[in-house]
Design a protein around this ligand. Structure first.
Ligand SMILES: Cc1cc2nc3c(=O)[nH]c(=O)nc-3n(C[C@H](O)[C@H](O)[C@H](O)COP(=O)(O)OP(=O)(O)OC[C@H]3O[C@@H](n4cnc5c(N)ncnc54)[C@H](O)[C@@H]3O)c2cc1C
Length: 498
């Protein structure tokens, strides 16, 4: 074991949406900060670039194997790199709705109230939208939360095939809305991510350093178990121990929970910071269904997502519970998660064999139907014999089915050419792209892992600043909330450091 002779003020583990954003927020404090990242820098040619082979190859799967409850192994869709999953994400950067922070009844149970409310997050949402250069337009969406500022940039135009749908559904009284998207405005690297807006600016400060290929294995505490003393990592095959006053986990909801569970010791027998028994539990993967709309006109197959429809977010005239969110997927030749729903394209390939996969993709419009998943203590990350298990049963299924069929009805009602077919494909277990909830925050140490500042209730210098802290998942995409929360926790840490 190599002992690092440096002592850091802060070690941040993970450089994705949470860790990367926090790094840039804390860098100007001048404090000595070490960033540990298990991946490496990703070459530009590998980022968000795809072609027809995204349907044939398992892209962006991490090399490790995880296990489902039946013991079947799979490689998760999880990107280990500087910038984490933001290097391959869709860059849809949405605010949760005001009501998402409150207790909401769903058909299958309750979506719990957050201890910190929308009004507390609002300034950080505004800061996050500015930092990640979000393009959007306020005032179109019936569910839109209140805003203290306009979007930093106006939205880009819809692709012509999407504009057609937008016009047709608006005529029917729905409210198609520009999807808020993070763009750099640079042709060679258009997607705004946490390497560009988090890590790169942080590393301009001489007090910040980064070690890549540094996989953190566990955390060690002092003898009373009240503080983290050391971080143990494997760096290029060698074991290292590193020391800091404050340690921040930001490895993504599943991996942060794994590290805590692997850090069990005499004072924390069920895993570090796990007095509540909630570490690893309440794992939420929003329900997502990919829908294909065949279109007579062809498109480029490579264009951005641009529209959302939230008219059914809180339900409809026949269903009093929330149903969720609709957005287009963008060109089918570039959407990684879409390609993880193979049944759709194999069905189409069978029903229309004269088309190749690429031609098919270029005559299709993809849609996501997305529904909130409720926290369930039985949906969890477990570590057993050094293997990572995901026990997961989807819930809120009827709400999601209703949303899917509602959207199919809308598409059919505007399909004048009668040329469309609408198969669907659910996202399988290995797709953990939208993961949250494994270390939820709250005021009660008996029912939550973190306090309202995302500090572990049981360990005074340990923070978790990634999607783990969500007590509920909402029906919109999570990354902007992860980023806004990192900025919020950053302000709390700055107040401690001065
Ligand atoms: C294909 C895809 C598309 C997506 N599209 C969208 C979208 O359009 N909008 C949206 O809001 N969200 C989207 N998401 C989800 C979004 O990327 C995540 O919500 C967000 O990145 C979560 O941030 P995080 O900080 O929790 O984790 P991540 O961004 O995943 O960062 C975790 C970091 O920790 C590192 N790490 C993990 N384990 C260790 C370890 N043991 N030691 C050291 N480092 C470690 C990882 O390498 C990574 O850098 C998408 C995800 C995927 C995969």
């Amino acid at each position: 074991m190599i002992i690092d002779d440096q002592h850091y003020d802060i070690i941040i583990i993970g450089t994705g949406a949470g860790g990367g954003t926090l790094a840039q927020k804390l860098a100007p404090t001048g404090k000595k900060i070490l960033l540990l990242e298990r991946g490496d820098f990703m070459e530009l040619k590998d980022q968000n670039r795809a072609e027809v082979d995204i349907f044939k190859k398992e892209r962006y799967r991490s090399p490790e194997r995880w296990y489902d409850p039946h013991g079947e192994s799979f490689s998760p869709l999880n990107n280990y790199a500087v910038g984490g999953n933001t290097k391959i994400y869709g860059a849809t950067l949405q605010r949760m709705r005001e009501r998402d922070f409150e207790k909401v009844e769903h058909q299958d149970g309750v979506s719990p109230e957050w201890s910190v409310k929308y009004k507390d997050f609002e300034p950080y949402y505004a800061e996050a939208e500015k930092l990640y250069q979000v393009h959007g337009l306020a005032g179109e969406d019936p569910t839109e939360p209140s805003r203290s500022a306009e979007y930093p940039y106006p939205p880009f135009n819809h692709e012509p095939c999407i504009q057609k749908v937008v016009d047709a559904i608006a005529e029917k009284g729905l409210h198609p809305t520009s999807l808020p998207m993070g763009w750099t405005r640079q042709d060679d690297d258009p997607t705004s991510d946490s390497e560009i807006y988090g890590i790169n600016p942080a590393l301009k400060h001489p007090n910040v350093s980064l070690k890549t290929s540094a996989k953190v294995l566990c955390l060690h505490t002092n003898s009373t178990g009240t503080e983290v003393k050391a971080v143990e990592a494997e760096i290029n095959g060698q074991s290292f121990l590193m020391f800091a006053d404050i340690v921040v986990l930001a490895c993504g909801a599943i991996n942060s929970a794994v590290i805590l569970l692997q850090s069990a010791n005499e004072k924390h027998p069920d895993g570090l910071a796990n007095r509540s028994g909630q570490v690893g539990r309440n794992l939420m993967k929003q329900q997502m269904t990919a829908i294909v709309q065949l279109d007579i006109a062809s498109n480029s197959g490579k264009f951005s997502r641009s529209v959302s429809v939230n008219d059914f977010y809180w339900g409809d005239e026949n269903y009093a519970y929330p149903m969720g969110h609709i957005q287009n997927t963008g060109g089918l030749l570039q959407d990684v998660i879409f390609a993880e729903s193979p049944p759709i394209f194999s069905v189409l390939a069978k029903t229309m064999p004269q088309f190749g996969l690429k031609q098919l993709a270029m005559r299709s419009i993809g849609w996501w139907a997305q529904t909130e998943t409720l926290p369930d203590t039985n949906n969890r990350v477990r570590v057993s014999d050094n293997k990572i298990y995901l026990d997961y049963t989807p819930n809120n299924v009827e709400a999601h089915d209703r949303l899917v069929y509602k959207w199919l009805d809308v598409l059919k009602s505007i399909d004048k050419q009668r040329a469309s077919v609408y198969p669907r494909g659910e996202v399988p277990v290995q797709v953990v792209a939208i993961q949250s909830g494994t270390c939820r925050f709250g005021e009660d140490p008996n029912t939550s892992v973190l306090d309202v500042n995302c500090r572990a209730h049981d360990v005074q210098n340990l923070y978790v600043v990634d999607s783990s802290f969500f007590p509920s998942s909402s029906g919109v995409m999570p990354a902007l909330t992860v980023i806004a929360n990192a900025l919020r926790v950053g302000d709390h840490l700055i107040s401690l450091l001065h």
